[in-house]
Each structure stands twice: as C-alpha cells, then as structure tokens.
Design a protein around this ligand. Structure first.
Ligand code: F6P
Length: 363
C-alpha cells in the first residue's frame, strides 16, 4: 500500500485528534500504510521512534480528547535545508510519499516548500549514497494535503478552522460564570480572549454573551472611543443593568496601531466612571478541554477528504487544503489560501482594515 503520514504542527486545537483518527482510519480503509509523525516537523526531522506505524486501534478513544495525542511543536530545524534533507530521508526510507499536515498557515507553507524541494532533496540524498536509485525513482513524487487546526479562525478559504467552535464553548462557559458574580456586585468585567490578529472569537463571544462593547483588530475604534465606551456603559447602568461586560480581543488595536489592552480599558472605565472593574484573561483555557461535537465532526470529515485527495492525486496535482464551504468539506489550492491569509496580515499592517475584512470573506 501507499505510505501516508499524518502530523500536527504549530499550536494545538480541539478536534485535531478527530482529524488524526479520521486520516488513519480512512488511510487504512483505502489500503495505505499509515504512520504517525510525532512532535510535528521536529519528529519528521529527527525520525526514529517519532515516526511510527499506526493501526486501527491506535486511534481508538481519542475523538473526545482535546489537544493532539501525537504532539505538536514549532520547529526551527525544518526551516533549514539540512533539516528538510533529514526529513526527506526519514520519509523515503519508510516509503512515505503522502503527507497530511494539520496546522496553521506557517505549517502549511512549510509543507509546500518541502514539496517544491522534494526532487532536489532526493537528488542530494542519492548523491550522498543515503538512498538508492530505486528509492529515488519509486518515491519521486510527494503529495500533500492540509487541514487548518486553530482556535483563531484566521485562515482564508474556510468558514471554520478546527478548534474554533470548542474554544467558543470554553469562552461562553467562562463568561456565563463571570456574569453571575458581576451581577451580584454590580461590577464591570473586561474579558480578554485569544485570536492572535483575528477578532473572530471576540466578535462571536460578544454577540452571544450580550456584551456591551467589543474591541477587535479588524475594526479599530474611532479616536473618541473612550468617550463612546463610557457613554455606552453609563447608559446601560442608567437603564437598570447591574453589570457591564467588555470583550477585548488579544490583538485589539487603535487607529494608530497601538494595542488596546484590557488594562487600558480598565483604566478608562475606572478613571471616568469609577466603576468597580475586574479583568479576566482567559488564556489557554480556551485551547483546552474536550472538542465540541462540531469540531469532532469537522475533523472527521476533513480528515477523510484529505486522504481521498491524496489518493486521487497525480504528479501534477498541486497541494490542497481541505476547507469548510457552507456545510461541505472541499479542496482548495493550498498556496492560494496561504497567499490570501498573508495578504490579510499585510492589509492589517497597512491599516487597510476594510481590505483585510474583504479578503477574509469568501471569494
Ligand atoms: O493560534 C492559537 C493561539 O492560541 C492564539 O490565539 C494565541 O495568540 C497563541 O496561540 C498563543 O500561543 P502560545 O500557545 O505559544 O502561547
């Protein structure tokens, strides 16, 4: 059977295990020899026990677990050609020419580069007598399929990334808990949520928790935001509300690009309104815990689709990323999605927020 390996890379997210499970079982079902690569790219570079054959039962009882059971890492060695040479050697000598990568845009970009270099890496291995001519010929094509695992929902081309829905569950549970104590003491709470440079988690959180105010990177507030915030909070209290909730995305900025932090917001509220104000930074709680039903199913469907994409690939097939479009798992050209995702980052850096939002949407 064809050699196929799956690995998780970059920050973990809930639902990655469902995706891994699906890849392993679909691969075995279709007659592949399936491998885990542990610790992301680092395991690929280091080889040895990090690359282990998987069987049907090695992915039993993992669908409900958060994180990734095969480990993840941010790998510096893979950035160097020397590291990629070693990774190529570890794959070829096991007959692996199909890779499923589950990670963010950096991890997917790395996979694409690896594929572009594959031929020259094999040539070098042959020259150094580390692989045989037969191996060079037999394993000359590398096929890649990606899936996006991230709580941030910051990748272009997909409606949802694996983990976002579970993170929202964690956040909402926390806010509901905060609300009862805030209500009792007539307090104002500022909650900082993750998302890196993406405000998705913050916006959805704000909408579903009846928050009074939200700060996100994609829509920096007007220069008079402090007055507007205070007016709004005051108005809510005057109308009988016993508490205020403000959501701050960790990447929130003002129109000059300066961070709007939970501390800054607190200072504004305390100085102007003298409200009893507390901050809760949710942190990595958001990335942990059981995956939601949605993320389990998302991981399953994407994993199966990724394996099918690999099995149907011809030498000319470009690497794909499996994304969610409406309610369908679809294949999109990996690099086009990565390029769009990077264009969003550039638009944000250029303070062209309208363009950033437009690029993030479907095209
Ligand atoms: O990308 C996922 C994420 O949790 C972001 O929301 C956050 O900014 C970052 O990773 C935190 O990274 P680390 O786990 O390395 O602290």
């Amino acid at each position: 059977g064809k050699g196929l390996a799956v690995f998780t890379s970059g920050g973990d997210s809930q639902g990655m295990n469902a995706a891994v499970r699906s890849v392993v079982r679909m691969g075995i079902y279709l007659g592949c020899k399936v491998y885990f690569i542990r610790e992301g790219y680092q395991g690929m570079v280091d080889g040895g026990d990090n690359i282990e054959e998987a069987n049907w039962s090695s992915v039993s009882s993992i669908i409900h677990k958060g994180g990734t059971i095969i480990g993840s890492a941010r790998c510096m060695d893979f950035i160097k050609r020397e590291g990629r040479l070693s990774a190529a050697y570890n794959l070829v000598t096991r007959g692996i020419t199909n890779l499923v990568v589950i990670g963010g845009d950096g991890s997917l970009t790395g996979a694409n580069l690896f594929r572009q270099e594959w031929s020259s890496l094999l040539d070098e291995l042959l020259q150094n007598n580390r692989i045989t001519k037969d191996q060079r010929e037999k394993y000359k094509f590398l096929h890649i399929a990606g899936m996006v695992g991230s709580i941030d929902n910051d990748f272009c081309g997909t409606d949802m990334t694996i983990g976002t829905d579970s993170a929202l569950h964690r956040i909402i549970e926390a806010i509901d808990a905060i609300v009862s104590t805030a209500y009792s003491h007539q307090r104002t709470f500022i909650m900082e949520v993750m998302g890196r440079h993406c405000g998705y988690l913050a916006v959805v959180t704000a909408l579903s928790s009846e928050a009074d105010y939200v700060f996100i990177p994609e829509a920096p507030p007007s220069v008079d935001w402090k007055d507007k915030l205070c007016d709004k909070l005051e108005q809510e209290r005057k109308s009988g509300q016993r508490l205020n909730i403000i959501i701050v995305a960790e990447g929130a900025i003002d129109r000059e690009g300066k961070p709007i932090t939970a501390e800054l917001v607190k200072k504004v509220v305390v100085e102007n309104l003298q409200q009893d104000t507390r901050i809760t930074v949710l942190g990595h709680v958001q990335r942990g815990g059981s995956p939601s039903a949605f993320d389990r199913i998302l991981g399953c469907r994407m994993g199966a689709e990724a394996v099918m994409a690999l099995m149907e690939a011809t030498p000319e097939t470009e690497p794909c990323v499996v994304t969610l479009d409406g309610n369908q798992a679809v294949r999109l050209p990996l690099m086009e999605c990565v390029r769009r995702t990077k264009a969003v980052a550039q638009a944000m850096a250029d303070k062209n927020w309208d363009l950033a939002v437009q690029l993030r949407g479907r095209s």
